[in-house]
Write a protein that binds this ligand. Sequence first.
Ligand code: NAD
Length: 376
Amino acid sequence: MKRRKFNSTLALGVSGVALTANMPLACAMNSNQNKKKLGVALVGLGSYSTYQLAPALLDTAHCYLAGIVTGTKEKEEVWANKYNISQDSIYNYDDFDSIKDNPHIDIVYVVLPNSMHADFSIRAARAGKHVICEKPMAMNVEECDAIITACKKANVKLGIGYRLHSEPYTQQVKRFVKEKTFGNIRYISADAGYYSGSNPNQWRLDKSLSGGGALVNMGVYAIQSLIYGTGENPISVAAQEFSTRPKYFKGTDETITAQFEFKSGAVGNIMTSHNANANRLYASCEKGWFELNPANNYGPLQGTTSKGDKISFPHESQQKLQMDDFAKHILFDAPNLVPGEMGKRDMIIVEAIYKSIAEDGKKQVLDFEPRYGFGE
Ligand code: NAD
């Protein structure tokens, strides 16, 4: 038995599941293991899986790394040794569908280029596995619908990889909004971007793989900030695109700004870029302001308010918190903080932004149900 599985079985024993002296260990493991600590399979072992998700899964309380899906043969042995993954839980993109027969895998986490999100999320759902799909949810709204439908049909849970909803600074912002600590929000500004360097061959700059540029990669964080920073979905958006390096950013957007209106009367602005570092959420309210800066990296984040307070929480891996929250949704019916509808809502806004740009900044009406996409 692989060490990690053995350890997680032991953990079951001490966490209250009847592991009697007379019961064979393997029997106890088969009947209880998946119910107590869910097995996650990471699909795509690129930088996010390697440096964030897999290390976080060593610390999660309700799930663990049980399997991998990779197109790179050499990674199989390296990962198997590092994370004690058994040979029968290692898949490639072609034999992936046979994951349906693996009782140790409960959750499939899709961490591939954006063009592959829908395909693998739908195949995971059809295999009867719960799905976490990375952001942006898909290439377009139609694909988001297909993922949501597949998960509903298979009766599996769906979450999107927006890690900040499980993170305490973001949760504090949500509390400020809900409790009106500074009164109603009048203006909100959110920036998310980074300098993408000098590698024009990366998949994020290939529209057929990414679906778009800065907006789909980083802009979705700014859209998210805007929405949890007001507690509302926007009712309109108008947008502009700027290009200073058109040769480098041939097929994808470099920098976008967009202005939003909300039903409450609040207005908002986002800036997203692959050419400028930006990482901030600022809300001006009736009776003061609050700010996160940085607002959306892996943390620790930082916050300040007009009262002179520093927002401060001990740092924990955001990915650990996120995956445990999703596991708790499955295990204990806790709220799904990041449902598929939230990913779809953001893609509706992304499409409206691109439409506005194509129409020279014309305002686009957005028409969501009041709480559509919120994960409470
Ligand atoms: P990456 O380039 O480091 O890894 C991509 C992986 O996909 C690699 O293992 C690569 O081998 C594999 N792959 C399969 N087919 C491919 C193809 N045709 N072209 C390129 N790679 C291919 O990317 P990443 O940073 O790990 O991002 C993966 C996903 O995770 C993206 O959707 C990204 O938006 C998302 N992501 C989310 C966060 C977050 O904070 N939530 C952070 C980083 C990345």
